[in-house]
Design a protein around this ligand. Structure first.
Ligand code: ZN
Length: 182
C-alpha cells in the first residue's frame, strides 16, 4: 500500500474541480484503499481525492474513536442541508498546523455510489456532517480557509509558504497530540 502525497495550500491543484467517477471498477476501489491508508497514516479523519492529486469525486472518512468505521463516498451529491448551523474548529491535512472556526449546516443528507455502483443515501450530523461538507468542498476546489476572513487566509498562506521554503511544514506523524484534521 502506498502513502499518497498530500498537497498543501496554496497549491493550485487543490483548486481543480474533480470529475465524476464513470464506473466503480477495480481502479476506483484501489484508489479508495490507498486513500484510506494515507488518511490513517496522516492521522486524518477524512480525505478527498483532490488532496492527493487524483481529480475524481471520491472521499474517504473515518470519524470513529477506534478507527474502525470506514465510510467512502463516490460521486457524492448533497440532497439537503439543515437550517440549523453548527460551529466547529476545523483543520485540514492540506493546511497543516492551522485550525479555524467554521460554521456549516448541522445536518446533511447526501447520495453516493456504493461498491456495486448503486446509489445510496447517508444522513449525518455532528462531526460526520462537518467532515462530509468539508470533503465535498475539496472536490469543488474549495478549502476550509475559504470560509474564514481573507485576512486570516492570507496570513495562513504566508506562514505555510514560508515553512515550505524552510522545509519545515509540520509533520503530523511527529505531533503525538494531534488534533483531528480533515
Ligand atoms: Zn481538508
Amino acid at each position: 500500500m502506498n502513502r499518497l502525497e498530500v498537497l498543501h495550500f496554496p497549491d493550485k491543484r487543490l483548486r481543480k474541480i474533480a470529475e465524476p467517477v464513470k464506473k466503480v471498477d477495480n481502479e476506483i476501489k484501489n484508489i479508495i484503499e490507498h486513500m484510506f491508508f494515507t488518511m490513517y497514516e496522516e492521522k486524518g479523519i477524512g480525505l478527498a481525492a483532490t488532496q492527493v492529486n487524483i481529480h475524481k469525486r471520491i472521499i474517504v472518512i473515518d470519524v470513529s474513536e477506534n478507527k474502525d468505521k470506514k465510510i467512502f463516498l463516490i460521486n457524492p451529491e448533497i440532497i439537503s442541508l439543515s437550517d440549523d448551523i453548527d460551529t466547529m474548529e476545523e483543520g485540514c491535512l492540506s493546511v497543516p498546523g492551522f485550525y479555524e472556526t467554521v460554521s456549516r449546516p448541522k445536518t446533511v443528507k447526501v447520495s453516493s455510489l456504493n461498491y456495486d455502483g448503486k446509489q445510496i443515501e447517508i444522513e449525518a450530523n455532528g462531526l460526520l456532517s462537518t467532515c462530509i461538507q468539508h470533503e465535498i468542498d475539496h472536490l469543488n476546489g474549495k478549502l476550509f480557509v475559504d470560509h474564514i476572513s481573507s485576512l486570516k487566509r492570507s496570513r495562513i498562506e504566508k506562514k505555510i509558504t514560508k515553512l515550505k521554503k524552510e522545509g519545515a511544514v509540520p509533520s503530523r506523524k511527529s505531533t503525538p497530540n494531534y488534533k483531528s484534521a480533515i
